[in-house]
Design a protein around this ligand. Structure first.
Ligand code: HEM
Length: 459
């Protein structure tokens, strides 16, 4: 009996499974506890139990489907931004940032606003801020004791606030700056205290906007920002200035319109909120890790001394890999979409997990080890090193942040030797949206016996 021969079977595509990948079935209280108190161990436990894709439902925030396979992450970052919305997920920040904020908009308004801002953040432009960053760092470092423990996080917050005031807002000395600095600090405190942040989330953006103590704080800061914008618009030297506010004042929409005062105010607030705490946290992690890894710290001292900079860059990359400041990014689905074999429903959010991608042993052997050399051996991949997110929503300030970290660390390592202040390494704990060192990155920063001419080093 003859056997019917058939053409070799074509690859048959299995239709995606409609619905949500499995995930923990916790009560509301348990989910809140896990998510607010132990976000990173929770992500790791879920991946171990459910695999590469899993779902967590968060009260007031929605249904989040976590992904960490680089192919799926790529699909999310390169997907159609009109269907994958990032702005909607940040709506809780609306009362502080304002409706024109690039962080809150979705297409097509998002791209219009992003295009206005992109040229100011181009990597090549960053050299213009070296001086300002180095000055903010050295003024701060010179005030530190040489023989007592220092908690780095507040110190680095002070440095990054000064950098934003000078490089982004373009303000420097004087009484007006002091007032602006105080009011901006008070506004940031509203957001950075986790207990208060939960309260703000539960209140919701509309009620929060009307909440009197909150409204008064925002009005105070707005008065100062609008005054700054108006006086800068009329500044005789506007065209020669290179601070970001001055650049944005000269930018125009596609139809030739300049940005309105309201747009400028919202973007200044956005840059402050997105750029201050994040960079300070990344710097504190770098210091904490270096203090606990003497070989790596010594190699960095030598690198900074020689003016090379390649190892410094690797230290920054490895810090942001091992201790990413933000654990995930979100894209809310406008219509059902397929990812990793699932047809996810509209309304759910797909969440590339920065933390899980960075801890994948197939990509990073010995993923829990601090080993900057790995970035000298292999460059960071677009979808495997994602501390700044990706695609059309990738962090606008990524080059700014990396450059600022390199300038501040260079000044610090040239002046002080970093040593641990206690026996236990610090672990990440949640502070609103960032993951910060549990003890504030407490270290000793003793004097270096041989001083290097930090200001003269070239990168
Ligand atoms: C180490 C420091 C920083 C980290 C880890 C960080 C991380 C991030 C992440 C994860 C996103 C979301 C990306 C996405 O959804 O794909 C983001 C967006 C953003 N970041 Fe950063 N950031 C840092 C510093 C800064 C700085 C210094 C600035 C500005 C001065 C800045 C401005 C922004 C803006 C404007 C966005 C919104 C971009 C958009 O929606 O188009 N960030 N950042």
């Amino acid at each position: 009996m003859g056997v019917a021969t058939a053409d070799p079977p074509r690859a048959i595509r299995t239709p995606p499974t409609p619905g949500l990948p499995p995930g923990p079935d916790w009560s509301l209280a348990r989910t809140m506890w896990h998510w607010w108190r132990r976000p990173l161990p929770t992500l790791e436990a879920c991946r171990a139990r459910y695999g590469e894709m899993f779902t967590i439902r968060l009260p007031h925030e929605g249904t989040w489907v976590f992904v960490s396979d680089p192919e799926t992450v790529k699909q999310v970052f390169t997907g159609d931004p009109t269907l994958l919305r990032a702005g909607a997920a940040n709506v809780v920040l609306l009362p502080v940032l304002g409706e024109h904020s690039v962080l809150l908009l979705d297409e097509p308004e998002h791209m219009a606003q992003r295009k206005l801002m992109l040229p100011s953040f181009h990597g090549k432009r960053m050299q213009a801020y070296r001086e300002v960053m180095a000055r903010a760092a050295t003024e701060e470092i010179d005030r530190w004791p040489t023989d007592a423990p220092i908690r780095m996080r507040p110190r680095m917050q002070s440095v990054t606030l000064e950098v934003i005031l000078r490089a982004v807002f373009g303000v420097d000395e004087g009484a007006r700056v002091a007032l602006l600095r105080d009011e901006l600090r008070s506004t940031l405190t509203l957001l950075s205290n986790p207990r208060r942040a939960i309260f703000l989330v539960l209140l919701g953006p509309e009620r929060l906007r009307r909440f009197p103590p909150f409204r008064r704080q925002v009005e105070r800061v707005d008065r100062l920002l609008f005054a700054e914008i108006r006086s800068r618009r009329e500044a005789a030297d506007l065209a020669e200035r290179d601070d970001i506010l001055s650049l944005l004042l000269q930018a125009t929409h596609e139809d030739g319109r300049p940005m309105s005062d309201r747009e400028l105010r919202d973007e200044l607030m956005t840059l402050l909120v997105a750029g201050h705490e994040t960079t300070a946290t990344a710097l504190s992690w770098a210091v904490e890790l270096l203090a606990r890894h003497p070989d790596e710290r010594e190699r960095l001292e030598a690198d900074v001394g020689s003016g090379d900079g390649a190892y410094l860059d690797a230290v920054i990359k490895e810090t942001l890999r091992l201790r990413p400041v933000v654990a995930l990014v979100l894209r809310k689905l406008v219509e059902p979409m397929e990812f990793g074999g699932w047809l996810l429903p509209a309304g759910a959010s797909v969440a590339p997990s920065i933390h899980l991608v960075h801890r994948n042993p197939d990509i990073y052997p010995e993923p829990d080890r601090f080993r900057p050399e790995r970035f000298l051996e292999r460059p960071a991949g677009t979808y495997t090193w994602i501390p700044f997110g990706g695609g059309v929503r990738r962090c606008l300030g990524g080059a700014f942040a990396e450059f600022e970290m390199s300038v501040v660390l260079r000044e610090l390592v040239a002046r002080r030797r970093l040593l641990p202040a206690g026996d236990e390494p610090e672990h990440p704990v949640r502070s609103t949206i960032t993951n910060v060192p549990s003890g504030g990155a407490e270290v000793l920063a003793v004097s270096r016996t041989s001083r290097l001419p930090a200001g003269e080093l070239t990168h």
